[in-house]
Design a binder for this molecule. Structure first.
Ligand SMILES: Nc1ncnc2c1ncn2[C@@H]1O[C@H](COP(=O)(O)OP(=O)(O)O)[C@@H](O)[C@H]1O
Ligand SMILES: [Mg+2]
Length: 261
C-alpha cells in the first residue's frame, strides 16, 4: 500500500536550482501542472513515471513513502504503481473494445472470474466521461480522441487500478471534466494532470507552476478560487454547448448570453 510520493526538485533548463524544493503528493490528491509550452510539464510527469533518481536531465528524485522506488516497480509491469496516459497514445492493436479490455483485465487482475465485471465497469465509467458513447464492439482504432482518452482514464482507474495516474494534456473536447474529477475523487489515488484548463485546475487540490524547466510555485486552490470554480464550470458548459451546436452544423440563435445563465 502506497501512501505518498514525493518529488525532490533539481535544476531547470539553464542549470538553475528550482525555487520549490520538494512536493509531497498523498493518496486522494488531485493535482494540475500548468505552464507554457516548453516549460517542462511533460518532463516533470516523465520524471515521476521513471522514478527519477538524479539520473534524468532535471536531477530530480522521486520517493515512494519517503524511500527510493524498489527495482521491482521498473522490472515487473504488474507491480508498477503508475499509469501514464501520454499525449500521443495510439493503439497498435485493432481489437474491438471488449477484447481489448478483457485481455487487459486478465493480465492486470488476479481474480479471473471477475473479468466481465471489470470490463463492464470500465466501459460504464468511460461512458460517463465522454459525450459520445463507446460501443463495446467498436474497434479501438475507430474511437475518437475524446473516447480514447475516456477509455484510457477508465482503464487506468479500474482495470490497472494503479495508485498513481498521470495524464498529459487532458483538455480534449468530448470529456466531461467536472464529472471526470468527481468520479476520480471516488477512487483514492493520486491523479496528476498536465492541463491549462481552468476548470480542471480549479477543481484540483493544488497546481504546480512550471517555467523554463523549473517548478516555480505550488498554488493551493483557496476559498475564493473554489467559488470561481462554480462560475468557470458554468461558462465552460455554455461554451461546450455552443461548440456542440457548431459541430452539428447548427446556427447559433437567441441571445448569446442566455446560454450562460
Ligand atoms: N529541468 C530540465 N532540465 C533540462 N531540460 C529540460 C528540463 N525541463 C524540460 N527540459 C527540456 O525542455 C523541453 C521542453 O520540455 P517539455 O517537458 O516537453 O515541456 P512542456 O510539456 O511543458 O511543453 C524538452 O526538450 C525537455 O527535455
Ligand atoms: Mg508536454
Amino acid at each position: 500500500m502506497i501512501h505518498s510520493i514525493s518529488v525532490i526538485m533539481g535544476k531547470g533548463k539553464t542549470g538553475k536550482k528550482e525555487p520549490v524544493e520538494r512536493i509531497d503528493f498523498k493518496m486522494g490528491d488531485v493535482v494540475s501542472i500548468v505552464g507554457p509550452t516548453g516549460s517542462g510539464k511533460t518532463t516533470f510527469i516523465n520524471d515521476i513515471e521513471l522514478f527519477a533518481h538524479e539520473n534524468t536531465p532535471t536531477g530530480r528524485k522521486v520517493l515512494i513513502d519517503g524511500k527510493p522506488a524498489p527495482d521491482e516497480y521498473r522490472d515487473d509491469p504488474s507491480k508498477n504503481p503508475i499509469a501514464l496516459i501520454t499525449q500521443h497514445t495510439t493503439f497498435l492493436s485493432d481489437l474491438p473494445v471488449k477484447e481489448f479490455l478483457e485481455t487487459h483485465a486478465r493480465i492486470r487482475q488476479a481474480d479471473k472470474s471477475r473479468v466481465q465485471h471489470f470490463v463492464n465497469e470500465t466501459l460504464g465509467f468511460a461512458n460517463q466521461l465522454t459525450g459520445e458513447p463507446i460501443l463495446i464492439h467498436s474497434r479501438m482504432t475507430e474511437l475518437s480522441g475524446g473516447q480514447t482518452r475516456a477509455l484510457l482514464i477508465a482503464d487506468a482507474t479500474i482495470i490497472c487500478d494503479t495508485p498513481i495516474v498521470l495524464l498529459d494534456e487532458v483538455e480534449n473536447a468530448g470529456i466531461h471534466r467536472t464529472k471526470a474529477l468527481e468520479l476520480l475523487r471516488q477512487h483514492r489515488k493520486i491523479f496528476i494532470f498536465v492541463t491549462h484548463d481552468p476548470r480542471i485546475a480549479l477543481l484540483s487540490d493544488f497546481r504546480i507552476v512550471m517555467k523554463a524547466g523549473m517548478v516555480m510555485d505550488v498554488l493551493h486552490t483557496d476559498k475564493k478560487e473554489k467559488e470561481y470554480a462554480l462560475e468557470v464550470s458554468k461558462l465552460d458548459d455554455a461554451l461546450c454547448i455552443l461548440r456542440d451546436k457548431i459541430r452539428h452544423g447548427e446556427r447559433l440563435t437567441g441571445h448569446l448570453l442566455e446560454a450562460f445563465a
